[in-house]
Design a protein around this ligand. Structure first.
Ligand code: ARG
Length: 276
């Protein structure tokens, strides 16, 4: 274990939760009668932004649009690798209009956006590891989209099947700790039971030293974390996982997004990374 993990500054894209609410149910966490404490949600989200900035990261923001309560979940709107933007085509009709706003932001920031032909939910299901993309399917993003992503980026795309409806996006069951180039600094954390048996074997084969999380960690949104290679922005209720990460030389930075859990989202869902 390296005694000093080195952080890499990131550029994140986010969307303020001005219109955040739970108005429909498209995953098991969502109950349309749930009241969201809008002020608390805004405070929690601001605390995440402050934590990112305090650790040297850059944050860009898309303007939130009324009538799109899930637009705060920026991770779902694209995956960006090497400055190339693969946009989203949401599974739920309620979320489809979000793409227009994100695509407009990318274009004004100087990026071309590839419009997918198949259902694809950005970094919710497409996770860049630094070497290839891990791609979730089973609930949202389709295998057709995985093929399209591989053609677009020219990086290997490894399809993984999700089997538990509570972990409907890959980023609720797995996150990248380190996206460096050698095995010392390229590693992930995941919750094995969220995956089909074959996909579990694939992960075990690719990441023999992965940190394995428990169901409690996963239900606390501990797998919906963001790492910069040293600091891990993580839900405070995922205590056991945070302690294990500390044992591995990472520095957990607890940020509570409990209001967003009511919509099935957490830290990573609110954060898209723009990789140049
Ligand atoms: N309510 C949103 C949905 O179900 C939550 C999205 C969470 N985002 C994520 N990256 N997992 O689509």
């Amino acid at each position: 274990m390296p005694d000093s993990r080195v952080p890499r500054p990131r550029r994140f894209l986010v969307c303020e939760p001005r219109h955040f609410a739970v108005q429909y149910a498209i995953n098991p966490w969502m109950r349309p009668d749930t009241r969201v404490d809008v002020d608390l949600a805004r405070e929690q989200w601001q605390a995440l932004m402050s934590a990112y900035r305090a650790h040297g990261h850059t944050v860009d923001a898309v303007d939130p649009a009324p009538g799109l309560p899930d637009m705060v979940f920026a991770a779902n709107s694209a995956v960006v690798v090497g400055g190339r933007v693969f946009g989203s085509l949401f599974h739920a009709p309620e979320r489809r209009p979000e793409s227009v706003h994100y695509d407009t932001w990318f274009k004004s920031a100087g990026f071309d956006v590839h419009r997918p032909e198949a259902v694809c939910e950005g970094e919710g299901d497409l996770v860049w590891t630094g070497r290839y993309l891990l791609a979730g399917t089973g609930f949202r993003t389709t295998r057709e989209a995985h093929r399209e992503v591989q053609e677009f980026f020219g990086h290997p795309v490894i399809s993984l099947t999700l089997v538990d409806p509570y972990f409907y996006h890959l980023d609720t069951a797995l996150f990248v700790l380190d996206d460096g180039n050698d095995s010392n600094d390229n590693n992930i954390v995941y919750y094995p039971e969220a995956f089909s048996p074959g996909s579990r074997e694939v992960l075990a084969h690719l990441y023999p030293n992965a940190v394995l999380a428990t169901r409690d960690d996963a239900m606390a949104f501990g797998l919906n974390s963001v790492s910069d290679g040293r600091h891990v922005f993580i839900a405070p209720r995922a205590e056991a996982l945070a302690a294990r990460l500390a044992d591995h030389g990472y520095v957990p930075v607890p940020v509570d997004l409990s209001e967003f859990h009511k919509a099935g989202g957490g830290i990573k869902c609110c954060t898209q990374e723009i990789r140049s």
